[in-house]
Design a protein around this ligand. Structure first.
Ligand code: GLN
Length: 201
């Protein structure tokens, strides 16, 4: 079977790192900036960066509605950090004009772990990722205040929820794309493969 085609939303943020991690996880990866490019992928990563900027650019580039439609239709999507914020049905403290794609019944608090100079790394055990804990890189990271009944908590750090999955939508507060450990990207690539086969993993 050919490799799954996975896009990285390339409006702002750490796009290149995700492209590299996806390629290492045996996906065919490419940037997505236009609705026509979105239509061609089997799955999508929304990178870390600045969620207000990504939100505003998604509206400006005519991508917000197509993104919502594909996520609603079940396309696998993985958001890291700012990408997690984009997948939240609700943000606790949105900046003005900030919208989300939604898809995960969770309430997210932006910058919850503190400012840039309070960024840190920590070992995080993630459900569904076999072996040793994942090295979590937290950069002005959000945490999840609460999840609804249909969302599954995959990881916590310091008593706060930092990884969640609902159906084909996956979100982490931290950045596996910065570590060289591609197990979370492999989990996502497996979700995309299952989706292409018409199954859910
Ligand atoms: N704090 C940023 C935001 O609100 C997210 C930071 C990140 O993606 N590393 O978008």
């Amino acid at each position: 079977m050919t490799a799954p085609v996975i896009g990285v939303l390339a409006l702002q943020g750490d796009v290149r790192e995700h492209l590299t991690a996806l390629a290492a996880a045996a996906a065919e990866a490419g940037p997505v900036r236009r609705p026509e490019e979105l239509a061609e992928v089997d799955g999508l990563v929304i990178p870390g960066g600045e969620s207000t900027t990504i939100s505003k650019l998604a509206v400006l580039f005519g991508l917000m509605e197509p993104l919502r439609a594909r996520v609603r239709a079940g396309m696998p999507v993985y958001g890291t950090c700012a990408g997690m914020i984009m997948l939240a049905d609700k943000i606790l403290d949105p900046r003005s004009g900030q919208e989300t794609v939604g898809g995960i019944d969770m309430i997210v608090r932006r910058n919850a772990f503190g400012r840039q100079n309070e960024s840190f790394e920590a070992a995080v055990e993630v459900k569904g990722v076999p072996g040793e804990p994942v090295e979590g890189v937290f950069i002005r990271a959000p945490w999840v205040e609460s999840v609804g009944a249909s969302a599954e908590v995959l990881a916590e750090h310091g008593g706060h929820i930092v990884a969640v999955r609902q159906g084909n939508a996956l979100a982490t507060s931290f950045h596996p794309e910065l570590t060289g450990d591609h197990r979370v990207h492999r989990l996502f690539t497996d979700m995309v493969r299952a989706y292409r086969r018409g199954e859910s993993l």
